[in-house]
Structures are given as C-alpha cells and as structure tokens.
Design a protein around this ligand. Structure first.
Ligand code: C2E
Ligand code: CA
Ligand code: CA
Length: 563
C-alpha cells in the first residue's frame, strides 16, 4: 500500500484539485496527473470511457472515450477494468493496462482500484458542480438560458466593449394566453418548449436567446442578424398532440427592438429599453415590431411618473370631479350629469386621457373610481343641504371592477355612508369584449338594480356585442357613442339610418337613450327629430367644476333647445 501514501500519489491528487468547474476540465487534467504515478504503478495505458443518457439535466446524450496515458515503451493487453455506474443511469468505464511484460500483484491491483475510485469521485464532484451551475443558468421548462445567464453573457460583452454591435429583441407571444386558457397549462408548456426548440436554431455563436419567464423571450443578436430573426419569429408553426389528434398552432410574437449604441455599456438599460418598446407595441396595437425611440422612452417615463405619484395625489385629494350636464331636448332642463375626473397637478388641470389609460393598465383605476364616487356623494349631500334639487349623477366604473366579488357591497357602502338615496347614482359601464366578463357584467347590473342604483352602457356601438347586449343586459340607460353623432349631419344617409334604428330599438325595449358628444345644432335637430330625448355635449356645456355646475343646478338653468 506504499503507493497511496507516496509523494507521487499526493502530486497526482493535487494536480486534480485545481479550481475547475466542468467535467471536461477535469478530463483535461487527468493525463498530467497520471504522469506522477504511472511509473510507480507500472501503468502502460490508461483509458476512460464515459456514457451518459440524455436527461432533464443533460439535454443530449454524452459519449466520450479518451486515452489518458500510453507509455512510449508499449503496454500489455491484460487490462485491469472497472465500470462504475452513475446515479442517473450513466456509466464510467476505466481500463488500465500494465507496462509491457509487467504483471500486477493483488496489492497493486487494490492500489489501482483506489486510484480509479478517487478519480471517479473527483470527476463526479466536478460534474455535479457543473450540473448545479447549469441549472442555475438554465430555464427548467425550455432549457434555454435564463435571465441570470443572459445577464452574465451580456455583461461579458459589455466588458469586452462590443455591446454596441448588438441588438436586444424583447418578444412576447401574442396568442399564448389563449392556448393556456382554452387548452390548459400543460398544452401551454408543450407549446413553450417546442417554441424554444425552434428558437435554439436561430442564433449563432456569440449570441444568446433567453427565456425571461412566462412567454417572454429576449434575444441579444449581432445587428446584422436581426432582420432574419424577426422574419423567422413572425410566424412559427407548432404541432401539439392533443389526445389522439394533432393541432398546429401558429405562434406570432410581438417585439420591442433596441439597437445598442456604441456608447452604451450597461446591458440592463438596453433590455429595459427593448421592454419599454414592447409595452408600447402592446398598448398602441399598431405594429408587432416596435423599434425604440426617445419619444417612447419619454412616454414610458411619464407613465412611470403617473404611477409613482398616483397614491400621493389621491391622499392629497388632487383629483377633482367635473360635471357635464345631460340636457332634456324637449324642456332644456338639466336631467342629470356625468362625473368626469381631472387631476389638479400643481394648479395645472390634467385631462383624464393623460392618466386614466395608464391607471387602467395597472388596475389602479379602481381606487380612483371609488374616490370619485365618494366625492360625488359628498357633492350631492351638499346640494341637498343647501336646498338644491339634486341631479342624478353618473359615475364611470372601469371594467377592472368586475374582478371584485364584493363590488356591489363596496358601492353601497360608499353611498350609505353619505346617507343619500341610491337612485341618485348611476354607474356607467363600457361594453366588454370577452364572454366571461359579459356574464359578470349582467350579474353586476342586476344586483345594482335591486338596490335602486341606475346603470348605463357607455360608448354604445363601439364594442363587439352591442346588439346582443341590448337583449341580455337590463340597464336603464344606453349612451350612444360620439362617433355615431359625429356623422349624422353628413351626406351619407346610412349613419342616420343606423342611429334611427338603434334609437327605435332601445326606446322600444324601455331604456333611456342619451346621445353623447353633440357639438352643433344641426346634430341636435336631427337627434330630436329621431325622438332622442337627452343630449350630453359641448353644444350645451363642457364638463365644469362643481361650483359652476352647482350654480346652474340651483338656478334650475334652462338651455335653449329651440333648434
Ligand atoms: P366618457 O366616459 O365617454 O366621457 C365623455 C367624454 O367626452 C368626456 O371627456 C367629455 O368631456 C367628452 N365630451 C362630452 N361632450 C363632448 C363633445 O361635444 N365633444 C367632444 N369632443 N367631447 C365631448 P373627458 O372628461 O376628457 O373624459 C374622457 C374619458 O375618460 C371618459 O370618456 C371616460 O372614459 C374617462 N373617465 C373620465 N372620468 C373617469 C372616471 O372617474 N373613471 C373612469 N373609469 N373613467 C373616467
Ligand atoms: Ca362615461
Ligand atoms: Ca362615453
């Protein structure tokens, strides 16, 4: 057993203890390490064969045979062979041949076994380290690099000073949530996996495509390869076996693209810019490929500012409610009004188009709507207290509220806390595209009705299901969208015919109609002719601050309706 304690064996062992991580690195060190012990152990040849099956941790099978040492003086063929199985059904075979004319005794064979075992342990440890490392850098579902891996790769390019030769493409699959929702997440996973497999063929050395969670994929490609990649991902067919049939899904992607300038060395900022462009593509709906511009960045910064300032603004009561009268076309009297919010930001009145769409994307709109409802109730209370006959006020409620199972209770809680009659409040809702929302919308409307709260459908005619909505939803009021009113005075008679039919249908069903956005007398005259009783529009008044509206209410203001 002298060998195991020998100086040479210590050299052999130390030579394999370098700061190595990969199993390939270890294999490369073995020949040098063996040099220390071959004479002492009379080794003529040393061969290792590694066979590993493909597995979840190893994408492809691995098969390698390597001669680690051959003596220049030759060797005998009577091998001392050992096979060691790995835990994941792989095997490592060692074959050691004696120097020419030499025969090992049992003690020497024992020493050889010990050497083999030690070598195996060192190799296994290296492989394990390698696998753990790989797992930390790989997305488990798709086996693409993950965000950590992407960051390391990109940082490396930054350090080499060549990031400027690259473009970041941040992509999101367009119809993926449909697949996930209709066929289940298992089918969704298959699609993601297959999709990732296709992506694996789309980049060359020095480039990377990573999965950034969900159905987000980020590519860092050399500028010259971008167009080809975008073309490749514009439509990808993925066949998916579902039961005994195969369905092919055509996957399209939406991408934000940022070509990194020479001056930029921060890859994180580059990814953010591509992501901002993708968000822009998603919201604008103009194109599936949006290239970053400074304007997009400015808009994203404005939006970020709105989101970060919103809560503070709400607590400081910076949001104020304007009222726009609804005018009875026969009498000229104010028959009600709509509450329309504004943001008083350092004395500057910001219109809702500039912040409501942003709050909608974050779901923050719900808080604002409840705030407006609360302010409206307070204004109604002060009208009643001052002896003014209150007008029924309609309040806009975003469709985000439909996710709230306690919505009606929450609304009632606000109204009753002010002690006013629920019949003074009307909730305006817009048509909704998806079927699920539609059912919820119906239930919500019916529940509000049982409490005496009025309901209306806003922007009627702009959604997908306008006509079936008339049949299924039991709302009190239909608000005809401005776009219909805009064209009724034009040459084309068709707009008038459509609007006339809608009016007949709605009034026939016992609902009230309000035409929105009426700007001139000609439009009002035609609407009156068609038996539309109520109008809301600039022709009579723009939305106004509460004091001004209160004055009009208290004087029982009559608009001139002699058209
Ligand atoms: P909307 O609910 O369709 O409100 C009507 C919009 O049309 C108002 O714009 C009003 O000022 C405008 N308008 C009324 N008559 C005329 C007209 O004759 N000509 C023209 N050109 N415009 C007219 P506003 O106040 O800027 O509000 C825009 C949108 O913001 C609203 O459209 C509504 O969707 C949203 N919004 C306003 N306040 C709230 C709120 O408290 N909550 C929610 N969720 N949305 C709100
Ligand atoms: Ca409205
Ligand atoms: Ca409207």
């Amino acid at each position: 057993m002298s060998t195991l304690c020998s100086e040479n064996y210590r050299h052999f062992y130390n030579a394999l203890q370098a700061e190595t991580v990969s199993s390939d690195d270890i294999l490369n060190l073995v020949p040098g390490a063996l040099e220390y012990v071959v004479d002492e152990l009379h080794i003529g040849k040393f061969e290792i064969q590694i066979e590993l099956a493909a597995s979840s941790s190893e994408a492809a099978a691995y098969n390698k045979s390597k001669v680690m040492y051959v003596s220049p003086d030759g060797f005998d063929y009577m091998a001392h062979a050992r096979v060691i199985k790995t835990l994941d059904k792989g095997r490592v075979s060692f074959a050691v041949f004696p120097q020419k004319g030499y025969e090992w005794n049992d003690e020497e064979k024992g020493a050889l076994d010990h050497l083999i075992k030690n070598l195996f342990i060192i190799m296994a440890k290296a492989r394990l380290t390698e696998l753990v490392k790989k797992r930390q850098l790989t997305d488990h579902l798709t086996m693409l690099p993950n965000t950590t891996s992407f960051s390391m790769f990109a940082r490396d390019l930054g350090l080499k000073g060549i990031l400027g030769q690259y473009t970041v493409i941040f992509s999101n699959l367009k119809n993926f949530s449909y697949i996930n929702q209709t066929l289940g997440s298992r089918a969704g996973d298959i699609v993601l996996k297959e999709y990732a497999n296709k992506l694996k063929d789309m980049f060359s050395t020095g480039e990377i495509i990573a999965r950034f969670g969900g159905d987000n994929f980020v590519a860092l490609l050399k500028d010259e390869n971008v167009d080809k990649y975008l073309k490749n991902i514009s439509r990808i067919n993925i066949p998916v076996a579902l039961g005994n049939q195969t369905r092919t899904f055509t996957i399209t992607a939406r991408s934000g693209i940022y070509s990194i300038p020479e001056t930029m060395s921060n890859p994180g900022e580059a990814v953010t810019r591509a992501n901002i462009s993708l968000e822009h593509a998603r919201h604008s709906g103009d194109s599936d490929r949006i290239y970053f511009t400074e304007q997009i960045l400015a808009q994203a910064n404005r939006e970020r500012e709105i989101i970060s300032e919103f809560k503070k603004a709400l607590s400081r009561k910076e949001f104020i409610v304007y009222y726009q009268p609804k005018v009875n076309l026969t009498t000229g009297a104010i028959s009600g009004c709509e509450a329309l919010v504004r943001w008083n930001k350092n004395g500057q009145i910001i219109p809702p188009v500039q912040f409501i769409p942003v709050l909608e994307t974050q779901g923050m709109i719900c808080e604002l709507d409840f705030y407006v409802l609360d302010r409206v109730c307070a204004d109604i209370v002060s009208w009643i207290r001052d002896g003014i006959t209150p007008a029924r006020v309609s309040v806009n409620f975003s469709k985000h509220h439909l996710r709230n199972p306690n919505l009606v209770d929450d609304i009632m809680a606000v109204i009753t806390s002010h002690g006013i009659s629920p019949t003074l409040i009307e909730i305006e809702l817009t048509e909704s595209a998806s079927g699920e929302d539609y059912v919820m919308l119906g239930q919500f409307i019916d529940e509000l009705k049982t409490h005496g709260i009025f309901t209306s459908i806003d922007d009627f005619g702009t959604g997908y299901s306008s006509l079936s909505l008339l049949k299924d939803l039991h709302v009190n009021v239909i608000k005809i969208d401005k776009s219909f009113v805009d064209n009724i005075a034009g040459k084309d008679k068709r707009d008038r015919i459509i609007l006339g039919s809608i009016l007949t249908m709605v009034t026939g069903l016992g609902m009230e109609v309000i035409a929105e956005g009426c700007e001139d007398e000609e439009q009002a005259r035609i609407l009156k002719e068609m038996d539309c009783t109520t109008i809301q529009g600039y022709l009579f008044d723009k939305p106004m601050a509460c004091e001004e509206f209160t004055r009009k209410l208290s004087e029982k203001f009559i608009y001139d309706v002699s058209l």
